[in-house]
Design a protein around this ligand. Structure first.
Ligand SMILES: [Zn+2]
Length: 193
């Protein structure tokens, strides 16, 4: 694979051998209900440009983008979107989508003007993100922590995933995520009509 390191010849007598290297990051998009929506691999790092490529892959069309995306480094993603001309309306992400920083991560983001203005998860602008029963602020709303729950759920499989070839890895991931989605939907309670 492209991210595998060049072969280092440690023994001149051996003509053919290879070495595998693990990818760095598995990135998930998770719905507020916890259902996994999409995933990808970031071989080297979870950089802003990798995140943007993933967002554009998952939501290529403006007419079905989510109203909110919560990302740990949302402000840096916004800045990078601005640089490549994909931030501002009418065709950029801000036309459809607010990028917020997850509540816990935001505590270390507050010094950045752009972050305070756009990414504050507790800005009280959208009633969907207000917890009316807890005026002490904004509880870590379920939709802000869905991704954390998802990450915790993947932990027991981590060791298994490190010992797989790429295709087996992808297949195993898809099977697990399908089971996860089915379980969550089975447990969910339909809203009253
Ligand atoms: Zn920030």
């Amino acid at each position: 694979m492209p991210w595998e390191p060049p072969i280092e010849r440690w023994c001149p007598d051996i003509k053919h051998y290879w070495q595998a290297r693990h990818i760095k990051t598995i990135e998930f998009a998770v719905g507020a209900c916890g259902i996994p929506l999409a995933w990808t691999k970031f071989p080297i790092a979870e950089g802003e440009h990798e995140i943007i490529a993933f967002m554009n892959d998952v939501w290529p069309n403006l007419n079905n983008r989510p109203h909110y995306i919560v990302i740990d480094k949302a402000c840096r993603v916004m800045a990078s979107l601005g640089v490549i001309g994909q931030l501002l309306p009418p065709h950029g992400w801000l036309a459809t989508t607010q990028l917020k920083v997850e509540t816990w991560h935001y505590t270390s983001h507050g010094i950045d003007d752009l972050c305070v203005e756009y990414c504050n998860p507790g800005d009280k602008i959208d009633p969907n993100l207000v917890d009316a029963d807890n005026d002490a602020g904004y509880r870590r709303l379920h939709n802000y922590v869905a991704a954390e729950h998802h990450n915790a759920w993947t932990q027991p499989y981590e060791a298994t995933f490190t010992k797989m070839r790429p295709l087996n890895h992808a297949l195993f991931m898809n099977i697990l995520l399908t089971l996860r989605a089915n379980n969550l939907m089975r447990k969910s309670v339909p809203l009253p009509i």
